[in-house]
Design a protein around this ligand. Structure first.
Ligand code: IDC
Length: 458
């Protein structure tokens, strides 16, 4: 017992001394690091790193690890300041995750390059303290079969005024938009996405990440992770993911310019190697001129391109993405002053009970001059509620089919409003497949979307 007390006393002295020299070194008395290679391709890989603080709360931290092979290099990281010297990799906290309370986690990640094999780092320290945890290798690539939309069409690009597949042939993607992730995350799980892919035969999932209204601005890292998880879940089912930076109020996207740059730098780096990602940089600009939207686009697009050069980017348009019509304008202001970037499309939104012939006339005409993508539409009124207008919806979808304009319907959710595809309460259960869980809008959309795509393959 005396001996034990002596050992404890010595420990206390050492700890006290260390505390004087470096307060952070003793602040974290335990940590766990889970390292997962989430994706790997020829010469490159992506790793997710979750740090969990098992010790006292820390304010300011540094994670260190050693790459077993000097050929492994961190190319671009997120949610921390990453640096590398020889085989030593260091990640310092970002502002938003500086404080890690006891039991709290921070999710970081990076895209790396490697030569030869891709060995895994084995030892991590947090503020100098060795961490426990797990190190996982590359995931088994999802089996996408031979006939999923992403497997057939591959990396998309804009050709002329169309969205084209890997055979340079025009295609139309038909799919659904989530509701706000801050409200309806319970609707996006394995069962609901299986239903979307296998029953609806959808090509596309739009992930509506609101920026305000309790969304991204309240928890940038958390919402970025949610979007990334949905990208992975869509990819595993061979569907495209449309990453929607859901600005709405305020209507000037420049209000969120720095958030947009931070968000898109992160998701573009993380998803650069994937073929299933399309970026939508501003949901519905409103109360703002086309030139202000264009200026925003020309600042955000380069951030995406720097990390993910070949992905298609969709730009919102004036008047709630109405090509300006809801503001008394039209597409001519875009045609005469387009965004200075390639491989981009312009968003058009409609709500069938509110927006009819004059909007359809504009879309018919604009489609000859601009690549259009209907990233959101409803079968109901612009409030998201009211009666479904089946005749107008059918007229719209027939037009979009004829022009091969891609679309995502608002919403794949059980919101208590007529635009939702599922009846309220559906997402509390596990049945997303039977006809009884669908609303009128959901029934119509499932019938339209589940018809064969006939994507061209040569
Ligand atoms: C609506 C939702 C509603 C929510 C509201 C809050 O349906 O539940 O309370 O947003 O902002 C849009 C927007 C989309 C709207 C939708 C319906 O992009 O966010 O969703 N709508 O009003 N543009 C036109 C209609």
């Amino acid at each position: 017992m005396k001996r034990l007390l002596a050992v404890l006393a010595t420990c206390a002295m050492v700890l006290g001394l260390t505390a004087l020299l470096s307060p952070q070194a003793v602040a974290a008395t335990g940590c766990k690091v889970d390292y997962t290679v989430t994706n790997q391709w020829q010469g490159g890989f992506q790793a997710a790193v979750r740090i969990t603080n098992l010790g006292a709360s820390v304010s300011g931290w540094t994670l260190k690890t050693t790459m077993p092979d000097a050929g492994q290099k961190v190319v671009q990281g997120w949610n921390a300041t990453w640096s590398q010297s020889g085989t030593t990799v260091t990640a310092g906290n970002a502002d938003h995750n500086r404080t890690l309370a006891t039991g709290a986690s921070a999710d970081l990640g990076f895209v790396g390059s490697f030569t030869g094999a891709n060995p895994k780092p084995t030892a991590f320290t947090l503020n100098g303290v060795a961490c426990t945890g797990s190190v996982d290798g590359p995931p088994t690539p999802p089996d996408q079969g031979g006939d999923t939309p992403v497997h057939i069409n591959g990396q998309l690009h804009v050709c002329g005024t169309n969205l084209c597949n890997q055979y340079n042939r025009p295609i139309q993607l038909r799919g659904m938009s989530t509701h706000g992730l801050q409200w309806f995350s319970g609707c996006y799980n394995s069962a609901s996405l299986d239903a979307l892919a296998n029953d609806w035969h959808a090509d596309l999932l739009r992930t509506a990440m609101y920026v305000q209204e309790g969304g991204y601005e309240t928890d940038p890292a958390g919402y970025t992770n949610r979007v990334n998880n949905l990208v992975d879940m869509a990819e595993a089912r061979g569907m495209y993911a449309l990453i929607d930076f859901h600005t709405l109020t305020p209507g000037d996207p420049n209000y969120n310019l720095s958030r947009a740059k931070t968000f898109f730098a992160s998701v573009a780096a993380r998803n650069a190697a994937k073929k299933n990602v399309i970026y939508e940089i501003a949901n519905e600009p409103n109360g703002v001129s086309w030139s202000a939207i264009k200026s925003y686009a020309e600042q955000v697009i380069p951030v995406i391109r720097a990390a993910d050069p070949d992905a298609v980017v969709v730009v919102g348009t004036r008047g709630w993405s109405s090509l300006g019509v809801s503001d008394g304008s039209n597409e001519s202001e875009i045609v005469s002053n387009p965004v200075n970037a390639t491989n981009i499309m312009y968003a058009f939104h409609f709500y069938a009970a509110s927006h009819k012939d004059n909007y359809r006339t504009t879309v018919s005409r604009a489609a000859a001059a601009l690549p259009l993508f209907v990233t959101e539409f409803g079968t109901v009124s612009a409030t998201g509620g009211g009666a479904m207008d089946q005749a107008s919806t059918t007229a719209w979808l027939d037009l979009l089919d004829r022009l091969k304009i891609s679309y995502a319907n608002w919403t794949y959710s059980d919101a208590d409003e007529s635009s939702a595809a599922f009846k309220p309460g559906t997402c509390d259960g596990t049945d997303y497949s039977s006809s009884g869980v669908l609303t009128g809008s959901g029934t119509l959309l499932k019938n339209r979307i589940s018809t064969p795509d006939n994507f061209p393959t040569s």
